[in-house]
Design a protein around this ligand. Structure first.
Ligand SMILES: Nc1nc2c(c(=O)[nH]1)N[C@H]1C(S)=C(S)[C@@H](COP(=O)(O)OP(=O)(O)OC[C@H]3O[C@@H](n4cnc5c(=O)[nH]c(N)nc54)[C@H](O)[C@@H]3O)O[C@H]1N2
Ligand SMILES: Nc1nc2c(c(=O)[nH]1)N[C@H]1C(S)=C(S)[C@@H](COP(=O)(O)OP(=O)(O)OC[C@H]3O[C@@H](n4cnc5c(=O)[nH]c(N)nc54)[C@H](O)[C@@H]3O)O[C@H]1N2
Ligand SMILES: [Mo]
Length: 770
């Protein structure tokens, strides 16, 4: 008998697709018909849906089951798990939430739960975690994100908004028509354009770059690796030492100033603080002229290249773009502020094809032409206790309860956390200096995690609840960076005993007496309809029509039209700085911020500034650790998601993450292609598979994130997770953002016995004897 084949529309962060199901199993993910460049990551999904690594049943760490809050917390990650019934698991979770709230208060529960979760908006696990904890009294949350945390808290002081990092930058159509010179700090790595948060119906970035190949735009790619330059573009690569872009930009700014090529009119009418910045460039404030020669000594780009680039930029219609990576670094505020200052001196902000942008090359859909209307959204409610920490100060909070910290003008103290609740994120992927997080993770009495797979974080929980994947439930998905909204139809039965996060929280809220606040009386289908109708109501208010819900669900997707007018960042402000004043204190672009000056943080000067990061190739520490590790996004997965899938596994060398090494650095260390190596510094070490790559500049190593954390000991991680090497220090007191891209290391050939990778082995599970 021929197999019974069914097809269901769906969506993931790596794109829309049709789930092809045969006899209850996912056999393929066919790309969405409107997607010109579907992502290969889709191919990892069928294997992962039925993977033995799926969490089948609720499970409780043995030590916790017997001793509850008195358990040995150092056993997290090594203890056995006992599988229990849903009833017992929910009783344990709700009992523990009640106990901790009663004994220690709401502010002892950490529910930040940072992580990307799924593309479906109703079942978005992090949102639901917040919604549940908010309905039942509140929790300590996380402010900002790992993606662009420094930008989020700096940009409002400078330009009154952080909208440019959410994708509201001069759109590709406008760039295509008007830009002559596109300077790309951090390059335009196409691998990152596979991803859109909330999913994309169409991967449009590649298409726009394809079109750019036939146009007159000259691209300049500034990056430690030539691989950030897409093939076939009219482009030139300028290698730069990691974490030194600020110096290069200041050298360009000085060149403009000394040659009188800066736009004094624009600076007078649209900016404040140029005088202070000019004084700094001339060295009148610190005795150091920030000329191109000064910049060369820091960033390694020859002075004549810096001068030539500045003068060319002033003679052309120039767009200056920074990838988000530049600000995910110690002192990561400075390259962003300096790039705005440089664009302000060029005087093209608000003109077609000119000015500054962020995120081209970081994510698909940055600058995709799209009407500025709502995407589907699920509300998390509001946190009654209004407590949060800066997103990346997780380990600091756990290790130093009661200690003070500064954050964007706020003087606060870290709360004393007794219980951690995480769903939809993987902190043992995303956090820096994981050996430090292991220590912090031993602080709370209880850790609850929902996930679909036995991730490193699930393995380090006390109570693990199995969640369905998007294919096992109905949902609605879409992104503010994409023109499609997708119906996501349940294609598979829930794996084993897994349940929807929504249903888990509904039951827990019933036990906590707040079911009505959590559900508002809606079930899955009522919520999907509600989310759709809320969105389309907003569309109609702005003049966009949309079919009724039933027609949408039947068709499987709807599409917004392309906007008639190009979007140009700050066009109205340029035309009329009075009537379209920015949201800054002065209403203008602030090249000197009185507000930041008033904070009086030693590490956050009031104007763009080169301040040495703790770790870079010019730091004293570089004598001991002579290589700079760049951790970039993985081409073969989204963060740690689908790491055990086929696409990701095929990219590994001897089961480990690759590290890209310049052949010269490899030769000095007798490292050969395909060999195993150990990358190390004082914080830890990890194994990796060597790729000799002359695209990578000497002195730099490139490793992608995402390998499931697999420590053999405090000093050796076997799988190639670079976060055992990265620095867990806030970027500055102003933004406290992650400093992931600042890590000095060394590398050596692996000579000893080779330990097996255990990241994809199942944890030990026993049956409940109760
Ligand atoms: N060194 C270094 N570190 C970095 C970065 C870097 O560049 N360098 N990048 C940082 C950035 S920008 C980010 S955004 C973070 C990403 O960090 P995360 O967002 O934490 O990474 P993911 O692997 O996407 O984790 C999502 C988790 O949610 C689970 N999940 C998916 N769907 C569901 C669901 O429906 N229900 C439940 N309960 N769980 C679900 C997945 O299985 C996975 O374990 O990493 C950061 N870390
Ligand atoms: N395939 C895939 N795509 C993704 C993701 C994924 O996990 N997989 N994650 C998504 C997410 S959550 C985010 S936030 C974005 C992140 O987007 P980004 O933060 O922009 O991405 P990265 O890959 O970390 O860095 C981009 C490039 O910056 C370069 N670079 C690093 N340090 C420096 C520096 O100091 N100076 C200069 N000039 N260049 C530098 C690196 O060579 C790197 O290729 O990516 C998104 N896209
Ligand atoms: Mo991110």
């Amino acid at each position: 008998m021929p197999a019974h084949i069914e097809r269901f529309p769906s969506l993931s962060h790596w794109g829309a697709f049709t789930a092809v199901v045969s006899d209850g199993k996912l056999i393929a993910c066919e790309p969405f018909e409107h997607d010109p460049v579907p992502s290969a990551i889709l191919q990892s999904m069928p294997g992962m849906m039925q993977s033995p690594l799926r969490i089948a049943r609720p499970a409780v760490r043995e030590g916790w089951l017997h001793q509850r809050e008195h358990s040995d917390r150092t056993a997290r990650g090594s203890d056995r798990f006992v599988e229990v019934s849903w009833d017992l698991a929910l009783e344990l979770v709700s009992g523990e939430l009640a106990r901790v709230r009663e004994q220690h208060g709401h502010a002892s529960i950490f529910g930040g739960s940072y992580g990307w979760s799924s593309a479906g908006r109703l079942h978005h696990a992090r949102t639901l975690t917040h919604r549940f904890l908010n309905s039942s009294g509140g929790c300590v949350n996380q402010a900002g994100n790992y993606s662009w945390g420094a930008a989020q808290f700096l940009l409002p002081h400078v330009i009154g908004t952080y909208a440019p990092v959410t994708g509201r930058v001069t759109d590709w159509k406008n760039i295509q028509a008007h830009t002559e010179l596109f300077i790309a700090f951090g390059g335009l790595p196409l691998r990152n354009a596979q991803i859109t948060s909330g999913g994309a119906g169409a991967h449009s970035t590649q298409q726009w770059l394809e079109r750019a190949k036939t146009g007159a735009i000259e691209f300049v790619i500034i990056s430690p690796t030539r691989a950030d330059m897409p093939e076939g573009l009219n482009a030139r690569w300028i290698p730069i030492r990691p974490n030194t872009d600020t110096a290069l930009m200041l050298g360009m700014a000085h060149t403009l100033l000394e040659s009188g090529k800066h736009d004094q009119d624009f600076l007078n009418t649209h900016c404040v603080g140029f005088e202070q910045l000019a004084a700094y460039l001339r060295g009148s404030s610190d005795g150091q002229v920030k000329n191109a020669l000064w910049a060369q000594a820091i960033c390694g780009v020859p002075a004549e290249v810096i001068r030539e680039l500045a003068l060319k930029a002033s003679a052309r219609r120039t767009m200056i773009n920074c990838t988000w990576s530049l600000q995910r670094a110690h002192r990561g505020e400075q390259p962003y502020w300096t790039s705005i200052a440089l664009a302000a001196m060029l005087g093209q902000i608000g003109l077609p094809g000119g000015g500054f942008a962020f995120g081209h090359g970081s994510i698909n859909g940055a600058a995709t032409p799209r009407p500025d209307v709502a995407a589907p959204e699920m509300s998390a409610g509001s946190n009654p206790i209004k407590k949060s920490i800066p997103v990346a100060r997780l380990a600091d909070m756990l290790l130093h309860p009661g200690q003070p910290f500064d954050f964007n003008g706020r003087a606060d103290v870290y709360p004393d956390i007794q219980m951690v609740y995480w769903a939809g994120g993987n902190p043992f992927h995303h956090h820096q200096d994981l050996n430090r997080l292991v220590r912090g993770w031993q602080k709370p009495q209880t850790v609850v995690v929902h996930d679909s797979w036995w991730t490193p974080t699930a393995r380090r929980a006390d109570i693990v609840l199995p969640a369905t994947t998007t294919l096992e439930r109905n949902d609605i998905g879409g992104s503010s960076r994409d023109r499609f909204v997708l119906a996501m139809k349940r294609a598979l039965a829930p794996h084993a005993q897994s349940r929807n996060d929504f249903d888990i929280y509904r039951e827990l809220s019933a036990r906590a007496g707040c079911e009505q606040a959590f559900t508002e009386g809606r079930d899955e289908s009522a919520w999907i309809r509600f989310i759709y109708e809320q969105m389309t109501e907003k569309w109609r208010a702005k003049g966009f029509s949309a079919p009724g819900f039933d027609a949408f669900w039947e068709t499987g997707h709807i599409e917004l039209p392309e906007p008639e007018q190009d979007f140009i960042l700050f066009e109205a402000f340029r035309q009329s700085p009075q009537s379209h004043a920015l949201g800054t204190p002065s209403g203008r672009i602030e090249l000197y911020s009185e507000k930041i000056a008033a904070f009086a943080y030693k590490d956050s000067p009031p104007h763009p500034c080169w301040i040495e990061p703790l770790e870079w190739l010019g730091a004293p520490e570089a004598k001991d650790w002579p290589l700079h590790l760049v951790t970039s996004q993985p081409a073969d997965k989204l963060h740690s998601q689908l790491d055990a899938g086929t696409v990701s596994r095929e990219a590994k060398i001897q089961s480990r993450q690759r590290v890209l090494i310049n052949p010269e650095n490899a030769r000095q260390r007798s490292i050969t292609a395909g060999a195993l190596v150990r990358v190390f510094n004082a914080r830890g070490s990890c194994m990796a598979g060597a790729v000799l790559d002359s695209n990578v500049m000497p002195g730099v190593l490139v490793m992608s994130t995402g390998a499931w954390f697999d420590p053999e000991s405090k000093t050796l991680e076997r799988h190639g997770n670079p976060n055992v090497l990265t620095m867990d220090v806030g970027s500055s007191s102003l933004t406290q953002a992650p400093s992931a891209l600042s890590a000095l290391v060394d590398v050596e050939a692996w000579t000893g016995e080779v330990p097996a990778v255990q990241a994809f082995e199942m944890p030990v599970l026993t049956e409940n004897s109760h």
